[in-house]
Design a protein around this ligand. Structure first.
Ligand SMILES: C[S@@+](CC[C@H](N)C(=O)[O-])C[C@H]1O[C@@H](n2cnc3c(N)ncnc32)[C@H](O)[C@@H]1O
Length: 258
């Protein structure tokens, strides 16, 4: 329990850091699988009620606003809500935590997105609370789309230089950067969790600052099914429907409220 609380607060602190906020405010392109899935879903979710959880710097806001004016974004880092609200004045952007969506009545949204593995910054018990809250505020037949780190990834829990190694100036700088942060990585490793259902590990993200949740497709489908979601589909980082995948660092999921 202590480790779960610690990982939640470590992650929230990292997301509220000025360099991390600057990074997310500077990105606005959809990722490969997001393009495929959002194109596919567009006819269904056009002009519908959309909730974008963990909106960050609003990377997905521009696209979602282009298909619906009924768009709400939330983020638990106040600075993200403030800056993204300024960037997209027509959008409704709130500061809030997915674990308690009390400002929204049940069965409200047609489409909910929690993009770029944002859900993985939440430890297990709170992840289940968050998924239940998402289920509650989704309309019957509504769609939830998110991505989550893949525990079956071929490079799971390997240090960056164990994943790819080549000789050039860019790689050398990257290598020095990793070396510099190695003591922090070993500090963070003490708080890692490994269970049959999931793992929470310190990968290289944001200078080894996060404790992130990794889960296999099989376990993620079970977690969603237990909550009541149906029609669950998993996609690779290229946007291909998959049942097993060890090449994608994270997996995209679509799930419906029954
Ligand atoms: C990996 S970033 C992705 C940001 C943005 N969605 C994007 O794709 O660029 C994850 C975001 O989720 C937010 N977040 C994490 N846990 C959250 C929670 N419990 N409630 C609301 N937002 C959360 C973080 O503050 C951060 O902005």
């Amino acid at each position: 329990m202590q480790t779960q609380i610690l990982s939640n607060s470590v992650n929230k602190t990292a997301y509220a850091r000025a360099d991390v906020i600057r990074y997310y405010l500077g990105v606005d392109k959809l990722l490969e699988a997001e393009k495929v899935l959002l194109e596919k879903l567009s006819p269904t979710i056009r002009d519908s009620k959309i909730l974008d959880i963990g909106v960050g710097g609003g990377r997905t806001t521009k696209f979602l606003l282009s298909i619906s004016n009924n768009y709400t974004g939330i983020d638990y880092v106040a600075k993200f809500a403030e800056e993204t609200g300024k960037k997209y004045p027509v959008a409704k952007i709130l500061c809030g935590d997915v674990m308690n969506l009390k400002e929204f009545e049940s069965d409200r949204f047609d489409f909910i997105l929690f993009s770029y593995n944002g859900i993985d910054s939440i430890a297990n018990e709170d992840r289940l609370k968050a998924l239940n809250e998402i289920y509650r505020v989704l309309k019957k037949g509504g769609i939830f789309m998110f991505s989550s780190h893949n525990r079956n990834y071929q490079h799971f829990n390997k240090l960056p230089w164990q994943q790819r190694f080549h000789f050039d100036a860019e790689y050398f700088i990257f290598f020095l950067h990793c070396l510099y942060h190695l003591p922090k990585h070993y500090q963070m490793k003490k708080h890692e969790i490994y269970t049959d259902d999931y793992a929470i590990i310190n990968d290289g993200d944001h200078r080894f600052s996060l404790l992130l949740y990794y889960i296999s497709i099989e376990k993620q489908v079970k977690q969603l099914t237990d909550i009541g979601f149906v029609g669950i589909e998993a996609y690779s980082t290229e946007g291909k429907l998959v049942e097993r995948d060890n090449l994608s660092h994270w997996i995209y999921y679509l799930a419906r409220k029954s």
